[in-house]
Every structure is written in C-alpha cells, then in structure tokens.
Write a protein of this length. Structure first.
Length: 290
C-alpha cells in the first residue's frame, strides 16, 4: 500500500505535466490563426486584436497585460506593426518567450513622413506567410520539444495547402494584362502582394491608419483614377468604407467588394488566413478582369 501511494504521487504530477498546454498570446487575428494551425490542441491561445479590428490604433486592456504575464510564448508581427505591444512588454516585462513572426522576411521599405520605414504588412505575401509559419513552429518546438512531431506534421500539412494556393494565385494573376493591374484600397496594406505579383496598389492613407488624408490628397487620387481609368476600387474590413465609396463615385468607378487587409473576418470563409487570401484573390481577379 505504501508502495502504491509512492507510485501514485510520482505519476500524478508527471501526467498533469504531460497534459499541460502552452499558453500562447498572439497580437492579432492573422497570427492567431497561424499559431492555432500549427499548435493544434497543444496550445491555449489568447489573441489581442480581434478579427475585423484595426491593430494600428489598438489600445490594450488590463486583461491583455495579464494574458501577456501568463504567456509561455508571445507572437507579434514585428516590423513596427504593434507599437502598443512594444510599450506594454517594456512596462510589464513578462517572462515568456517572445518572437516576431516576420523575422527573416525581406522588408519592403517605404517613405512615410520623410523617413524610410519598413512596411509591416508582410503577411499579404504567401511566401512571407510560410516564413511566419516556420518561425511559429520553431518557437513551439523549442518550448515543447516532446511534441515536435505533432507540430511539424501540422506545419507541413498547412504549408502544402499554402503552396497549392500560391500556385493558383501565380497562374491567375499571370493572365492579367499589364493595363489591368492598378488597384485602389483604403490604406497601404497590400505592398507585398503587389510586389509578389506586379500589381500596383494605390491608397489615400499611408502605411498606418492613424492619419486621415487631406482633401487635396483625395482630390489628387480621384484625378489619377479618372485619367488612368482605374476600375478596381475596394473597401477594407478594418476601415470605414465611406471615404473609398466617395472616391469611387467621384472617379466614376464602382467598389469591387471588401478586401481583408490587417485582420481576418469574424466569420465566414475569410475567417482563416488561407480563406482570407483566397477571398482577396478572387475579389481582386473579378474586378480586374472586368
Ligand atoms: Zn495596416
């Protein structure tokens, strides 16, 4: 009996430990989906900026700070996308491991207020999303090496789907003539997509959504759309659509639908990263082929 008790006390904490999940915190919905795809049932996920919400202007809550303190792993985008998270991490100094999912991406540099800054929206290229998935997998395996096989199997299954979508995007966009490759969106969120497939994205707002464009900037954009005959104009899920609707009307264009820029959809096909990318691709193609 004494022996049995001894065995039980040894066994119980060990078995609890084996069932313990990693607490993972992601800064916004796209990273949440990627982390969940790779983490599967081995992680307990807390995401900070919701689907359909704008991470550029996010104000963290006390609950967010608590979640960060509990985290084994904190996954941010990096490239200056989450200044609010950097401030929060600097003040609370959580003990968990931190990674930038975009580490290793070649940043697209743009001029913003006279300064060269990296474009943070690297997830809009599927090739970059593969780097994100590999970085997240590596961090999960480092923290939970006993379950390496599971993480790597989920990573590989996911990347197979990503590569299939990449192939389809390559083929579809290659069929567009060079005169039908101009697109208007609310803010500069699609630079990496444009770079990957030679599409030109034009936006009344810059890299962030902080500053509203001036009346003169909007008027200049409308003139440009008229003179170049741009027909593909889109609203974004994270932005008020009224400015884009006004621009489209004054330029004699129609709004071609909604593009998901900095957040997944709360529900429906665009509520996963691959679903979001597919939705954006189909929406863009339908408008550009008109
Ligand atoms: Zn953005």
């Amino acid at each position: 009996m004494r022996y049995l008790f001894f065995v039980l006390t040894l066994w119980l904490p060990l078995s609890l430990h084996a069932e313990e999940k990693l607490n993972v915190v992601t800064s916004f919905s796209i990273l949440a989906d990627l982390a969940q795809q790779v983490g599967g049932d081995r992680i307990e996920l807390t995401n900070l900026v919701d689907a359909d919400a704008d991470a550029h202007v996010y104000e963290p809550s006390p609950d967010d700070a608590k979640a960060l303190l509990r985290a084994d792993l904190i996954v941010a985008n990096g490239l200056g996308f989450e200044p609010w998270l950097e401030r929060l991490l600097a003040s609370s100094e959580p003990a968990g491991k931190r990674i930038n999912a975009s580490a290793g991406v070649v940043p697209l540099m743009l001029e913003e207020d006279g300064e060269q800054v990296p474009d943070p929206h690297a997830w809009q290229s599927l090739t970059n999303a593969e780097i994100y998935v590999r970085n997240i997998t590596k961090a999960l395996v480092q923290l939970d090496p006993d379950h390496r096989e599971g993480y790597e199997a989920r990573r590989d299954a996911y990347l197979a789907r990503l590569h299939a979508l990449l192939k389809r995007a390559d083929a579809q966009i290659a069929s567009l003539p060079s005169s039908q490759r101009k697109v208007v969106t609310s803010h500069d969120a699609f630079g990496y997509l444009g770079q990957a497939w030679q599409l030109e994205f034009i936006a009344p707002q810059g890299l962030s959504t902080h500053d509203e464009p001036s009346a003169a900037e909007v008027a200049a954009l409308i003139r440009q759309l008229r003179s170049e005959g741009v027909r593909a104009v889109f609203v974004e899920n994270i932005r008020d659509p009224r400015l884009i609707e006004q621009i489209a009307e004054e330029a004699g264009a129609t709004v071609g639908g909604t593009l998901y820029s900095d957040a997944l959809a709360s529900e429906g096909p665009a509520s996963t990263y691959l679903g979001m990318f597919e939705h954006n691709l189909d929406t863009l193609m339908a408008a550009l082929k008109r």
